[in-house]
Ligand binder design. Structure first.
Ligand SMILES: [Zn+2]
Length: 340
């Protein structure tokens, strides 16, 4: 398996493939993105490709690729933080290896994990090497906080920032791993926020299913409990550590209800939850068989669904700000139930 396993980073992969094809290899590359974004996978494939002897690097099958995969390649060095930082001694230990001569065409590759944890002396030592690097040495820096790196190091790196995956990219990734009911898949895509590592981890743990079930149960109570119980329900929500995730699940449930209400079927991807609601405005469905639906139909009508979606989005943003959380939740519940 080569670069084709990287989903949604076509521009970056294209640039790497072109530089391999033209044999225009720099001395330092920086792969950045949050944990789980796939930077390690991309950098590792590039490291593999640099010494691959197969037709489409990285082929994954030639001797060099196999040695890289098994961790036995003599010209591949891994530098990881020891404790809380990467220390100058770690680079000193490798200095001799960095400067020995390799056979013609062979690259020495140093993967520097969490490069933002380089101490200042280690950073300066790296800089010194980068100022006059041996012809055959390539550094691949990985970082989730590239802004912490020394400017002088950054200016010597070709930067490959990994972008969050689109919803379509995430769906493609998940479907290549496991066939899920669309309701569960959509929630997983939404909760993972474009981060493939997070999505695959959640998929392995299965925790998002519980979240969806819990949200469905809570919603039933929110819609059907007597009004006098709403304040204690608000208290219960207030005490949840995962409230943002539960709200995300509520939003997904409401979007699907809205979609179902407007289109008459419940299947199909209904993501892009952060987009404004007017893209699915009831007025755009004038003449539709559902356009005559009475807005007052409790818990199914467009008016109720739209109003609650808006209230949920508002609650979501208020909880991220500096507001009285308990009060915000109470107001949301009362708005949802039409009490205020
Ligand atoms: Zn190969």
């Amino acid at each position: 398996m080569g670069f084709e396993q990287i989903v949604g980073q076509d521009l970056l992969v294209g640039a790497l493939e072109r530089s391999l094809k033209c044999s225009e290899i720099g001395h330092a590359y920086l792969f950045s993105g949050p944990p789980g974004s796939g930077k390690k996978t991309l950098a590792f494939l590039f490291a593999q490709a640099l010494n691959c002897t197969g037709p489409n690097p990285p082929c994954g099958e030639c001797l060099s690729c196999r040695k890289t995969k098994s961790g036995n390649h003599p010209n591949l060095f891994h530098v990881k933080p020891q404790g809380a930082s990467i220390k100058i001694e770690q680079l000193r230990e490798l200095k001799e290896s960095f400067f020995y001569r390799t056979r013609e065409g062979i690259k020495k590759v140093c993967l520097l994990y969490d490069a933002d944890l380089l101490t200042l002396p280690a950073g300066n030592s790296l800089l010194k090497i980068l100022e006059e690097p041996p012809e055959d040495l390539v550094f691949l820096l990985l970082s989730s906080r590239p802004w912490v790196l020394l400017q002088t190091i950054l200016s010597r790196c070709t930067h490959f920032p990994l972008k969050p995956l689109t919803d379509e990219g995430m769906v493609y990734l998940l479907e290549s791993r496991e066939k899920l009911p669309s309701r569960e898949r959509d929630l997983l895509v939404f909760l993972a926020e474009g981060n493939p590592g997070k999505a695959l981890e959640m998929l392995a743990q299965g925790s998002w299913k519980e979240k969806l079930e819990e949200a469905t149960e809570l919603l039933k109570r929110m819609e059907h409990s007597p009004e006098e119980e709403l304040i204690s329900l608000a208290e219960e929500l207030f005490r949840r550590d995962d409230l943002q995730e539960i709200i995300a699940a509520f939003l997904l449930i409401f979007r699907r209800r809205l979609h179902s209400c407007l289109s008459g079927h419940s299947e199909g991807i209904l993501l892009n939850i952060s987009k404004p609601l007017n893209y699915i405005s009831p007025s755009s469905y004038a003449g539709d068989k559902f356009s005559g639906m009475t807005p007052s139909r409790k818990y199914g009508g467009l008016f109720y669904l739209e109003k609650t979606c808006h209230a949920l989005l508002q609650l979501q943003s208020e909880l991220l700000g500096n507001v009285n959380r308990r009060l915000a939740i109470e107001v949301f519940l009362l708005t949802m139930r039409g009490v205020v």
